[in-house]
Design a protein around this ligand. Structure first.
Ligand code: SAM
Length: 277
């Protein structure tokens, strides 16, 4: 008996039309649909008149369910894994099952489709050539701030998932740690009725969120610009002025240029511009 196939199927993140024909075919023809929550996914399956048997596969039963599902795959059954919304494994369960499938030489086939982070990045208006997906930040502020400090000098675009009741705290921390002027885009309720995509410097984005309680509701992705040459400069202005107050200008510029890997002449020009302001 040859092994069955494990399909990783993306489902909509709000708008039920965002599902591919291929995903519907796979969900119809699989022997089992493994769902993060059978009731949530039942609504989607009912909507598309799909009667395939379902089983629960989530964070809390992954240890016990993974070997059972692998056994079924080895017995020739095909399984479609879905999560509550979007692409499985992206801040959602599935990793242990996919890893086990590879270990048992079971074919894994992705059925691509909706994913909130990809949708957000595509509409954020921030550089998309290099980016990192950071998932959810820690809920506790100390841990969150520590992690943001680690991310501060990264130059690629950063993508975060965030819970609505923490968005205000999170953007506050980002404005303090990354700087008020760092550009960010709030992508809220993507594909749904109240979809909002707002790109502003962090301090203005915070005001936008705090002035409208609706912006603290629903599902959201925050896309944040990486450290740019411009933001590096904003950060070093204060150091440069402070050092130039204590040391000869050339010495002060030399230190800043060395630490930040910039040209001395560039830093010197900046100092002159700041002093002339
Ligand atoms: N697997 C999903 C995916 O492919 O995007 C992500 C699941 S994760 C548990 C849920 C988080 O994804 C939400 O808290 C939110 O940050 C983001 N998200 C999901 N749907 C969204 C939507 N329609 N608009 C904005 N963000 C969404």
């Amino acid at each position: 008996m040859s092994n069955g196939t494990l399909y990783i199927v993306a489902t909509p993140i709000g708008n039920l039309n965002d599902i591919s024909k291929r995903a519907l075919d796979v969900l119809n023809h699989a022997d089992i649909v493994a769902c993060e929550d059978t009731r949530t996914s039942g609504k989607l399956l009912n909507f598309y008149n799909i009667n395939t048997a379902t089983t629960a596969y989530h964070e809390h039963n992954a240890d016990s369910q993974t070997p059972k599902l692998i056994e079924k795959l080895q017995g020739g059954q095909s399984i479609a894994l879905i999560c509550d919304a979007g692409t499985p494994l992206i801040s959602d369960p599935g990793f242990r099952l996919v890893r086990a499938a590879h270990e048992h030489d079971i074919q894994v086939v992705p059925i691509v489709g909706a994913c909130a982070m990809v949708g957000a990045l595509s509409a954020a208006g921030l550089p998309s050539d290099k980016f990192s997906f950071m998932g959810f930040l820690p809920a506790k502020s100390h841990a969150r701030q520590k992690l943001l400090e680690d991310y501060k000098n990264r130059t690629e675009t950063l993508i975060f998932y965030e819970a609505p009741h923490r968005i205000s705290e999170c953007v506050t921390d980002m404005a303090i740690i990354f700087g008020d002027e760092r550009e960010a885009t709030l992508c809220r309720e993507l594909t749904k009725t109240f979809e909002t995509i707002k790109k502003l410097p962090l301090s203005e984005l915070l005001t936008f969120i705090q002035n409208d309680p609706n912006q603290q509701k629903g599902e959201m992705v925050l896309v944040v610009s990486g450290q740019t040459k411009q933001s590096t400069q904003e950060n070093y202005d204060n150091w440069l002025l402070a050092l130039a107050g204590e040391l000869p200008p050339k010495k002060a510029c030399g230190i800043v240029a060395d630490v930040l890997g910039l040209k001395k002449s560039e830093v010197y020009d900046r100092l002159l511009a700041l002093q002339n302001d």
